[in-house]
Design a protein around this ligand. Structure first.
Ligand code: EPZ
Length: 417
């Protein structure tokens, strides 16, 4: 099992280039199944979840070729409709192949994703909405066995709860349904807008009717296309917090500042000095960090995927803060580890009361999920001495070259086997 050794404390300085978005790439990769031609994707991040999704596509019969910064997916011979447990269990976004397989073939057998450290991760909203498009399904031995005997037919669907994955699955499925589909109460994360741009380029007709309402007219013809995925806004937010917490001076590049304005405004309110350029955000950390009450919410609210990271910063605030996690039922796994480094965080239901004025002490730590593991690195960067972070396979799922990028901006960090 690989580990990371981090020697703190040091300031992060210089510039970091943000990679392509994992959470935009995954639904777009699933959507390539709609095509029976070639799709070229650029700017996919080199992270394990993308490798897993490419392996899943190959298991379905797609031919995948990766060269430099582009991935060519050739579906001329893609015929299979079975997504196995051993692939979907490690990467829950595997459920996103259900919609395209049903749209293309009218049947599919896809493993239920199962839960993870942050929650049970059900897919009931996906399945209920797909049945509105004419899909019959049953759950058998951990698999969704779904059929659409008459093909998918457009319909009006209102999501009972805002769900990123369910919105993505339905947008992809409806792209090949006969007739028109109206989806309301949709998630509107930037990654969903990136998926819609990709599908429209491929031949779908998808338009925003209002803030959370989308109209999809099923495509009649799917084109060969090439597409470059958007930047990873969570990776960008993570490096902004890293600079804030180490009182550094960092230029975060290859970003669209407008997309991360919520995070930028919060970091400004907490005390950082921020300068915005066209595709760059420069942040200068401040020794004095203000306390705040932060609630996670669907976009454009504060992202749950940055909750662990901002919690570490709030440990440095001048007084106690509150973080309320409204998206996942168990997303405080990082708290116990941070408390072992000297933090004083108390959990009450879905709220964490975060004491301020903490000096983190180095420690041997355990990563539990992708974003929790990066929050341990942020704390270790400010702790004087050597910290060791175990189970960093969680990290490798979603952060491209993290120790290389951190080393380049002044962190003393190395991976040990
Ligand atoms: C996506 O997960 C992201 N993953 C998550 O990022 C992100 O935290 C989440 O959206 C919220 O923004 C990808 O895009 C691959 P949801 P997803 O469906 O689609 C409940 C990361 O770190 N729910 O919006 O699974 C669900 O349990 C990951 O990169 C149902 O009850 O999130 C959760 O409480 C972690 N039934 C809430 O809705 C369903 O059918 C939001 O989930 C679906 C979801």
């Amino acid at each position: 099992m690989q580990k990371l050794e981090v020697f703190g404390a040091n300031r992060l300085k210089g510039y970091v280039k943000i990679s392509g978005s994992k959470n935009a790439s995954l639904p777009i990769l699933a959507a390539t199944l709609l095509s029976n031609k070639k799709v070229i994707l650029k700017n996919l991040p080199k992270v394990r979840d993308i490798e897993t999704m490419l392996t899943l596509l190959k298991s379905l019969g797609s031919k995948v070729r990766v060269n430099k910064n582009q991935t060519i997916i050739d579906n001329i011979k893609q015929k299979k409709k079975f997504a196995s447990y051993n692939l979907v269990k490690t990467m829950r976004a595997g459920i996103l192949v259900l919609g395209p397989l049903l749209a293309k073939y009218g049947s599919a057998k896809v493993s239920l994703p199962g839960g993870c450290a942050i929650g049970t991760r059900p897919v009931d909203i996906h399945l209920k909405a797909l049945s509105k498009l004419g899909v019959n399904y049953k759950i058998d031995q951990g698999y969704v066995i779904a059929k659409a005997p008459k093909g998918l037919r457009g319909n009006k669907i209102h999501f009972s709860k805002i769900s990123v994955g369910a919105t993505e699955n339905l947008i992809i499925a409806a792209s090949l349904a006969k007739g028109t589909t109206i989806l309301s109460n949709c998630a509107i994360e930037p990654e969903i807008k990136d998926l819609i741009n990709f599908l429209n380029k491929m031949g779908s007709k998808i338009i925003w009717i209002s803030k959370r309402k989308i109209k999809i007219i099923g495509a009649t013809e799917i084109k060969d296309i090439s597409y470059s995925v958007m930047f990873d806004r969570i990776e960008a937010g993570t490096y902004l917090v890293a600079a804030a917490i180490t009182e550094g001076n960092l230029k975060v590049q290859n970003v669209i500042p407008e997309i991360i304005k919520t995070e930028i405004n919060i970091l400004k309110k907490l005390g950082s000095k921020i300068t915005i350029k066209k595709n760059e955000v420069q942040i200068i950390g401040n020794k004095k960090i203000k306390s705040m009450k932060i609630k996670t919410a669907p976009y454009p609210g504060f992202p749950t995927d940055l909750q662990a990271q901002i919690m570490v910063l709030l440990c440095k605030a001048n007084k106690s803060s509150i973080i309320q996690e409204n998206i996942f039922e168990n997303r405080f796994m990082h708290v116990a580890e941070l408390n072992r480094m000297g933090a004083a965080i108390l959990i009450k239901g879905n709220k964490a009361i975060v004491e301020g004025k903490i000096d983190f002490a180095p420690a041997e730590l355990m990563a539990t999920d992708l974003r929790a593991s990066v929050s341990l690195i942020l704390a270790a960067l400010t702790a004087k001495g050597k910290s060791v972070i175990n189970r960093i396979y969680h990290l490798d799922r979603g952060y491209e070259d993290i120790e290389k990028k951190l080393k380049k901006i002044g962190a003393k960090i190395r991976r040990i086997n």
